[in-house]
Design a protein around this ligand. Sequence first.
Ligand code: PRP
Length: 176
Amino acid sequence: MKLKILIKEKEIKNRVKELAEEIKKDYKDKNPLLIGILKGGFMFLSDLIRNLNFPHEIDFIRVASYGSRTVSRGKVRWIMKSKTPLKQRHVLIIEDIVDTGYTLKKIYTQLKRQKPLSCRICVFLDKFDRRKVKVPLHYVGFKVPDFFLVGYGLDFNEKFRYLKDIRIIDMEEKNG
Ligand code: PRP
C-alpha cells in the first residue's frame, strides 16, 4: 500500500507552534480547559500543550461514528464523557479533523448545554469539501483536500495513527 506525504512533520510542527501562539494570545489569563477528542485528537493535543507555556487544564471525551470514514455518517455515539464541570470554564475543543462536521457539531452542542463561559473549536485538519453541517471553527491548522488521510492521530482501520506526517492512502490500492 502506497502512502503519499501530504503534510510533512516539519510543517506540522511549525503550524502547531503558530496555533499555540494564537491560543496563548486569547487564553493566557483564562486557565482554559482543553478537551481532546479521542482517539484521533490525542497527538495534536499533546503536541499543542507542549507549546502552551501558560496555565491550562486538559480532559478528554471519546465518541464514535456509525459506519466507516469513507461513507456518509451522521450518527455519533458517546463512549466516554468528560467529568470536569464546564460552568465558569473557558472550553477549547481539540480535534484532529473535521469532515462532514457531524462529530464536532454534536460535541459542540452538547458541551455548550453545560453553559461554559466560552466554547471554541480548534481543529488541525479541515476537509472543507465534505462538510454536511455547519460548525464554527475558531482555529484551523490546515485546509485539506478530500483524500483519505492517515497519520498524526488519524487511522485507517486503527492503523497508521503513529505516523509523524499526514499521508494520503490511495483508495484504489487499499482495497486491492
Ligand atoms: C474521525 C475524526 C473526527 C471525525 C470527523 O474520528 O477524529 O472525530 O472522524 O468526521 P466528521 O466530521 O465526518 O464527523 P473517527 O470516527 O474515525 O474516530 P477516531 O477519532 O477514534 O479515529
